[in-house]
Design a binder for this molecule. Structure first.
Ligand code: FES
Length: 678
């Protein structure tokens, strides 16, 4: 065995012997330890910070003496004076190995560091962005060796960073000569490392050492809203988030109406393409202004969207998506350039669109699969992304199936008489006393329940304006629990229910949740057509999930993940009383927030994840609900509240569903029956 000093790196545990005088950065590189460097060991960037540990390390079989590393040097001192360095830290490119040593690489010095996510069960994001910064020293021109400045820069990148075949665009050539001379032949370049379609490319050039960073966008292009996160491609942090309404709404609220618009109007698809791209550019300007950055520093963007949005964004007529067999122009992932999509960010910025799963299951569902990773789950997980269209995934390590189900906009408050989008003033939580049948509720913007002191003051500015999606789910489920609503979805009359809040409305009844008319406010009721709309939406959702369960051959799932902005606010109990989701222990129903957006962020920050999701999507079994014979049967059963054929044994241990039945036209009380179970 050699007598060279032993170096042990933590947390990786990688170890090796190196000759005395080897810089720590060199040892790390040779062992494949994840230690960052932008300046290539020149003592400029401070990315290579490490912490040596001293003393006895029986675990590693090493004793580290005080002089295990070379002495603190002038470069480190200069850095510390200028920018500060935590006590005990050294620069890995300056500190040289003298004796056996244990060296810790702190997270901020790791290239592939993990980005912290708030949810405990969320997968971590490992940094491996498409674009990185490199500091290089370029040879000066020489009359005896006539080569261009760019050729010498490319050669320097190959020699100093082992980057081969780096290409560039004309706009970099415009900046190259002044940058090299201003930086005294030292420059920092941002290089997109390339992908299957494109070679590595210089995106930006700065004279000398560039302290700043470059950015990427993770964009969730939905039919209703477009949400973008601006991320620092060095740290992985989200520096700004912003969203706008999808300007295509003026061509139709839901996807199918937009497909019809394209079919019925010549050039309608191009109009919608223009609208979404213009909206996107406005959003990017807004987010860059908010973050106070130059838009040209945005060098990469990842988009997730449903198939219709995908086609319209790309400028492809969605005609084929409007009819069976729902063929996509391409289901593969796409690597494009921003200019091809007329996006106003860095002129050479790269665009990545996640693959689509099927004609009705888009890149947004692929992004949910990336974020929630059902393919890595030990237990059988049902992931539902609730929106105008529900994307549903069911699976575990062995197999994942996917489908989409047309839930329509009812869950977003549309088609509901007092419905509205989730905004201040909207009722979001409801409880109904099963004895008095009196409601109490909470509105967005106030934490105080309507029957508590201080409620009126707390809503003085917002008022009570309507009911949002989560409020509708709760009020209908609470009406069912309070015996105001029967399993078929009919609201009882005042006589049948014993509540004066049940008022006749046409041939049916409505439940009066709030009457603000005395103060000029709205009268907020839940009507039978409202219940019908929710029944249709939840039946579509449930029967999609049930179909996937049939395919797997199970009647229950181990856990349910509710994704999407709406999913984040749904109460698991109420969703189950309604029969939106299958029977499952409540603690096993979790919310993933905007999982599609998170999937986009993962793909933005980690290019390996792009390969991973491309592979995962290839293995997902796609189910087309429209052609499945049992879908209709499930749909009919799922129209009942909670369901007319599937039992909900776990739910039944938690709540008691009154066994009531009200006939249509029961406004006069005739024919209504009332039974209470057990
Ligand atoms: S590698 Fe840049 S300061 Fe050490």
């Amino acid at each position: 065995m050699s007598d060279d000093p032993l170096v042990v790196f933590t947390p990786s545990g990688k170890r090796g012997r190196f000759p005395v005088g080897t810089p720590v950065l060199t040892a790390a590189r040779q062992l494949g330890v994840d230690l960052d460097s932008v300046c290539g060991g020149r003592g400029i960037c401070s990315k290579c910070q490490i912490t040596p540990s001293y003393g006895e390390f029986s675990k590693h079989g090493v004793t580290v003496e005080a002089d295990a590393l070379s002495e603190w040097n002038a470069v480190e001192q200069r850095y510390k004076d200028k920018r500060g360095l935590i006590d005990g830290r050294r620069l890995g490119c300056q500190a040289k190995i003298e004796k056996d040593v244990v060296i810790d690489v702190p997270p901020e010095s790791q290239v592939h560091k993990q980005v912290v996510r708030k949810r405990a069960e969320a997968r971590e994001i490992t940094m491996n962005p498409s674009t990185r910064l490199y500091y290089v020293e370029v040879e000066e021109p020489d009359m005896h060796k006539p080569t261009g400045d760019m050729e010498r820069l490319v050669e320097a990148l190959e020699n100093q960073w082992q980057l081969k075949g780096v290409k560039t665009d004309l706009h970099i050539l415009h900046q190259l000569q002044p940058a090299l001379r201003k930086g005294d032949w030292k420059v920092t370049v941002a290089i997109h490392l390339g992908d299957d379609t494109h070679p590595p490319k210089i995106m930006h050039i700065w004279p000398g050492y560039y302290e700043g960073t470059v950015y990427g966008l993770a964009v969730d292009l939905g039919s209703t809203t477009i949400a973008a996160h601006l991320c620092d491609l060095k740290s992985g942090e989200v520096v700004a988030s912003s969203g706008i309404m999808n300007p295509q709404i003026r061509f139709g609220e839901d996807l199918m109406s937009r497909v019809s618009y394209a079919m019925m109007n010549k050039g309608g698809d191009q109009e919608m393409t223009r609208a979404v791209r213009e909206g996107m550019n406005a959003l990017f300007t807004q987010i860059a202004t908010e973050a106070e950055i130059d838009k040209s520093l945005i060098v990469d963007a990842v988009f997730v969207c449903n198939p219709v949005m995908h086609h319209l964004f790309l400028g492809i007529d969605p005609f084929e998506l409007g009819q069976a067999p729902f063929a996509l122009a391409t289901s593969r992932s796409l690597s494009l350039r921003a200019v091809e999509l007329e996006l106003n960010i860095h002129p050479a910025a790269r665009i990545y669109l996640l693959p689509c799963i099927a004609g009705h299951v888009g890149a947004d569902a692929a992004a949910v699969a990336l974020s929630e990773a059902p393919d890595k789950s030990e237990d059988l997980v049902l992931v539902v992304d609730v929106g105008t269209n529900a994307e549903i995934l069911l699976g575990n390590k062995e197999k994942v199936l996917a489908c989409s189900s047309p839930t329509g906009p009812a869950f977003e408050g549309a088609q509901i008489s007092s419905g509205q989008r989730a905004a201040p003033g909207a009722i979001e939580r409801v409880e109904i006393d099963p004895v008095t049948k009196e409601p109490r509720f909470r509105v967005i913007g106030s934490d105080i329940w309507s029957d508590q002191d201080g409620f009126s003051e707390s809503i003085a500015t917002t008022g009570i304006t309507g009911i949002c999606g989560s409020g509708i789910i709760e009020v209908i489920a609470e009406m069912r629990l309070a015996g105001l609503l029967d399993a078929s979805g009919l609201i009882g009359s005042a006589e049948q229910t014993g509540s004066a809040r049940c008022v006749p409305e046409g041939r049916t009844n409505a439940y009066l949740l709030w009457d603000g008319s005395a103060e000029g406010g709205p009268r907020i009721t839940v009507t039978n057509p409202d219940i019908r709309a929710i029944q249709m939406a939840k039946a579509a959702l449930y029967s999609g999930a049930r179909l996937l369960m049939d395919k797997v051959g199970v009647d229950t799932v181990d856990r349910v993940v509710l994704a999407g902005a709406f999913g984040a606010h749904i109460s698991a109990k109420h969703a189950m009383v309604l029969g939106m989701i299958p029977d499952c222990p409540l603690e096993k129903v979790t919310s993933a927030g905007n999982a599609a957006g998170t999937g986009a962020r993962i793909a933005l920050l980690n290019t390996d994840a792009r390969k991973e999701i491309e592979e995962t999507v290839r293995n997902i079994e796609k189910i087309e609900t429209a052609v499945e014979p049992r879908f209709q049967e499930h749909f009919v059963n799922a129209s009942a509240i909670p369901n007319s054929s599937d039992p909900f044994p776990i739910l039944n241990t938690l709540v008691s569903l009154p066994d009531v039945s009200f006939n249509a036209g029961g406004g006069d009380g005739a024919g209504g029956r009332r039974r209470r179970r057990g």
